[in-house]
Design a protein around this ligand. Structure first.
Ligand SMILES: Cc1cc2nc3c(=O)[nH]c(=O)nc-3n(C[C@H](O)[C@H](O)[C@H](O)COP(=O)(O)OP(=O)(O)OC[C@H]3O[C@@H](n4cnc5c(N)ncnc54)[C@H](O)[C@@H]3O)c2cc1C
Ligand code: SF4
Length: 569
């Protein structure tokens, strides 16, 4: 359906933001607060917290009592249900895999876990937020891998602070050079098992291996009109009190309050329009998700925040005679260097004693052991490193599934007594950027809206596998040092994607010949085009990445508004 000229004119904005998830919400807030009339196009439907959030719904109120309709999950969400968060309460926050297909070599599976609704994955995310340091930003240059980051910690540090002050991050300052402290709200408390392990680690490793409570975007006191967390626990189902950071609860309301935000849900962006004469992006073409009507919107600047692979897909699908392999792809790097964190290895054990102690409430957070490999000394087997996430707690009646016993007395004992203290650690390791890990448009496969789907080629290499092996060994060492019994280890290699930290498809760099974006998340080729989601990442670090996307987005918005005011874009 053709769109008339007058309709187009009435749809002209200062800025278009594609996607309303973690990075899109930040772009919307920053651009509107800085005076830009901003259109946010979101592929999925609106979210109404009072209707959609389910953190307080008990299992007995659900049709499948919390065990989910396995047949429906296997049919509609075989990829999404690989993550535990896609349960009977929250499967509605994950995409329908049949409507959103992609392909991969069956010998090299990739688990692409996505949400398609206002707020994106900011609703289901685990809320762990850790700053990067120059150990991360300098690694590529020092090891001559891929390309150098065009920024250093000093460039992003003020923006980490800016973001933390708004989203609210609870955490403990530890003074570690390679995991810089932030603007923390009071930390959540460690339980006695975690304190015991922390103290044992201090005794054995004297600061080389450290345990701290997770740094998480969950409020421990009232913050900017949001209530502190009441420790109900299952945050991936939503949070009616907005006690954890989400776009729906924080950035989008802030953007809306300016009066300059237009949020259009159910708008699936297919491509960015480009004018060769002016060398500028002019707007986007989209499809109405409900009516399938074609749409066009124009703006002075375009921010792609649709998530790392989706933003690459939009650009790959935006071919012009100057950019026959995808818009802004003169370097040929668009779609390449896909990364995720390697995980699946760690250890668990029981801690004897402390049977008179128990926890209260459901703390929505665990513990964190920051990277200790290749921080001060070089490891012989691998580059970079990993951090551990995990936690301690007393086992519940569910331990009956792995405890020998039968009969009424056995069942009563499971219900009336808590089991021993247990502690577990799982590693999150850095993945190196490689050009042969890439996404490309599939020649025939299309999604429900007729947009070409992606083919994803991504495998972990020897460095990631060596990291995985080491995680298993060191997690067990830590538990042994704490006197744990019955230690069990694992080093399963889970498919890339499943850590849900996919990134790297439009990397930042100094040289337009080898990178897609410059140090301001701006396309080297098309000056009014910005990509600020995980696509921009030049390496992966080992920290959960979303706070870095938020800080880079806020920084890019500040830059673009300055350039627009000076008439430079
Ligand atoms: C269970 C789970 C736990 C996680 N835990 C953590 C954690 O502890 N810490 C951490 O840092 N990260 C975590 N993550 C990852 C985190 O959620 C992502 O890194 C983050 O959401 C990425 O932000 P984004 O804005 O790029 O993408 P998203 O938040 O996914 O938002 C992208 C948005 O773009 C929309 N969109 C996509 N394509 C189009 C299109 N063509 N047109 C219009 N709109 C489009 C989508 O519908 C979506 O709303 C977790 C994720 C999950 C699912
Ligand atoms: S545990 Fe806290 S942050 Fe999570 S849903 Fe409950 S109140 Fe919200």
């Amino acid at each position: 359906m053709a769109v008339s000229r007058s309709e187009l004119a009435s749809r002209a904005y200062d800025a278009i933001v594609v996607g309303s998830g973690i990075s899109g919400g930040w772009a919307a807030k920053e651009l509107t607060e800085k005076g830009l009339k901003t259109l946010v196009l979101e592929a999925g439907p609106p979210i109404v917290p009072a209707r959609d959030y389910a953190e307080h719904v008990p299992a007995y109120a659900l049709t499948y009592r919390g065990f989910a309709n396995r047949r429906a999950l296997n049919r509609e969400q075989p990829v999404q249900s690989q993550t535990g968060a896609c349960d009977e309460w929250a499967s509605k926050f994950f995409v329908n895999d049949r409507e959103n297909p992609y392909s991969y070599d069956p010998k090299a599976p990739f688990a692409w876990i996505r949400g398609r609704h206002v707020g994106g994955r900011s609703i289901m995310w685990g809320r762990q937020v850790y700053r990067w340091s120059d150990l991360d930003f300098e690694a590529n240059a020092k090891e001559n891998i891929a390309v150098d980051w065009p920024i250093r910690y000093a460039d992003i540090a003020p923006w980490y602070s800016y973001v933390e002050k708004f989203i609210g991050v609870s955490g403990q300052a530890e003074g570690l050079a390679h995991l810089p402290d932030g603007e923390f709200l009071p930390p959540m408390q460690l339980n006695c098992a975690e304190m015991h392990v922390r103290d044992a680690m201090t005794k054995r490793w004297r600061g080389e291996r450290v345990l701290t409570v997770g740094r998480c975007a969950v409020l421990t006191r009232p913050h900017l009109g949001r209530a502190p967390c009441h420790y109900c626990g299952p945050c991936h189902r939503g949070c009616i009190t907005h006690s954890y950071f989400s776009s729906v609860g924080s950035t989008l309301p802030a953007a809306s309050a300016t009066g300059r935000l237009t949020l259009r849900p159910n708008s699936v962006v297919a491509e960015v329009m480009y004018d060769e004469r002016t060398d500028r992006a002019t707007g986007v073409r989209a499809v109405d998700a409900e009516t399938l009507a074609p749409l066009e919107f124009r703006a002075r600047v375009i921010f792609l925040c649709a998530s790392a692979l989706e933003s690459a897909r939009i650009l790959l699908n935006s071919k012009t005679s100057r950019f026959p392999t995808g818009l802004a792809n003169s370097s040929g790097e668009l779609g390449r260097n896909v990364m995720d964190h390697v995980f699946g290895a760690g250890a668990s054990g029981t801690l004897p004693g402390m049977e008179n102690r128990k926890t209260f409430g459901n703390r929505p957070n665990g513990v964190y052991v920051p990277r200790f490999r290749n921080a001060t000394e070089n490891h012989p087997d691998f580059l970079r490193g990993y951090g551990f996430q995990g936690g301690g707690g007393r086992s519940s009646w569910l331990r009956g599934m792995r405890t020998p016993g039968f009969g009424a007395a056995f069942k009563d004992s499971l219900l009336s007594e808590l089991g021993p203290w247990e502690m577990d650690f799982g590693g999150f390791g850095e993945c190196l950027p490689r050009p042969d890990n890439f996404v490309a448009l599939h020649p025939t496969l299309k999604d429900k809206w007729g947009i070409p789907a992606l083919h994803v080629q991504c495998t972990f290499g020897p460095n990631e596998r060596a990291i995985l092996k080491d995680m298993r060994v060191t997690a067990a060492e830590i538990l042994e040092a704490a006197g744990a019994k019955d230690i069990k280890t694992s080093d399963d290699e889970l498919p890339p994607g499943l850590c849900i930290h996919e990134m790297g498809t439009a990397r930042m760099g100094r040289d337009p010949r080898t990178s897609v974006l410059n140090g301001w998340n701006q396309s080297h080729d098309v000056p009014n085009l910005f990509v600020t989601d995980g696509a921009c990442m030049t390496s992966s670090g080992n920290q959960n990445p979303s706070i870095t996307y938020m800080a880079l987005t806020a920084r890019a918005c500040d830059y673009v508004v300055g350039r627009l005011k000076r008439g430079e874009i």
